[in-house]
Unconditional design. Structure first.
Length: 304
């Protein structure tokens, strides 16, 4: 589950689960009984002072959601999916800022290349820093009983990504991670630059651009990219979620030129780091350590 505050003052909470209603088994192996089925996005007013009734935003699709970010000029919401063959989604609301009123769910595709692989596993599918023109495909049966929305989207031409993870606004574009992308399956960072006519009929005149900006190698400082945020000085700050027990997960800065630097290591556990974000004044960096479950506040001095 990932949280992201939207421009109109509420939180979007994404379920990283496709569990069905009824009896089942938790991640720890315990028997559970679920009152509702899962796989949705929920909206919670940030100013709420009491419990809010959870209402799934079904028009935003049922799948194993990871993260969400909002394009403020249009109100469009971009969504990642935590599957090895995931899609990159967008939700165009009928009324910007009122997600509960429904809208259209679409998946990103590459102009001229149907069902394009982007992971670079066996060969180079996408070059670093190559800005690629995109278009968007409408999705149907988005609240299905089967966890196959991504498969149906790819069958209709949508591009495939290697486990979409965090997404954040980075200047005039969105940066998102794919944790097992790259020839070594150690992670990729993409950016998506929206069209000046994003979500409109004129979008094809100046299509949005997809760019691979980073890909991890065996010798890279940063591996298995996960959650990320943009620092006030323009760098991306990225959490690791690595299964390599020889190194603790770290928080790493990525400069616009692709160079990297260590921000912090996790000395407490072998757990992944998550939920990285800055305070509104840009002075304090917060990050969660998933296990044993704690939030750390990191102060500068930071670059000017």
């Amino acid at each position: 589950m990932r949280w992201r505050q939207d421009p109109w003052g509420s939180w979007l909470s994404c379920e990283e689960s496709f569990a069905e209603q009824g009896p089942g088994v938790s991640n720890s192996g315990a028997a559970v009984s679920r009152e509702q089925r899962h796989g949705y996005v929920f909206e919670v007013p940030a100013a709420a002072t009491e419990l809010i009734k959870p209402v799934p935003l079904k028009a935003m699709g049922r799948f194993e959601h990871e993260a969400a970010a909002v394009h403020e000029p249009s109100g469009i919401v971009y969504l990642t999916e935590d599957k090895w063959d995931s899609l990159f989604y967008r939700f165009i609301p009928n009324t910007p800022g009122r997600l509960q009123e429904g809208g259209r769910l679409q998946a990103l595709a590459i102009v001229g290349e149907a069902a394009k692989n982007t992971h670079n596993w066996e060969h180079v599918d996408i070059e670093i820093d190559e800005a690629i023109s995109t278009h968007w495909i409408d999705l149907e049966n988005i609240d299905g009983d089967l966890n196959d929305l991504r498969l149906r989207g790819a069958a209709n031409g949508a591009a495939k990504f290697a486990r979409g993870e965090g997404i954040t606004l980075a200047d005039d574009r969105f940066a998102f991670t794919c944790t097992i992308g790259g020839s070594n399956r150690l992670g990729q960072i993409f950016t998506y630059q929206p069209s000046p006519f994003e979500g409109t009929d004129r979008e094809q005149d100046a299509p949005g651009k997809l760019t691979l900006i980073a890909e991890a190698s065996q010798n890279a400082l940063l591996k298995n990219y996960d959650n990320l945020t943009m620092a006030p000085w323009g760098d991306l700050i990225v959490c690791e979620d690595t299964e390599d027990n020889t190194d603790r997960c770290a928080l790493v800065g990525v400069r616009p030129d692709g160079s990297q630097y260590l921000v912090a290591n996790n000395p407490y556990s072998a757990s992944e780091l998550a939920g990285v974000c800055f305070s509104p004044d840009g002075k304090t960096l917060f990050v969660n350590i998933q296990y044993p479950g704690m939030t750390v506040a990191i102060t500068g001095p930071w670059p000017g």
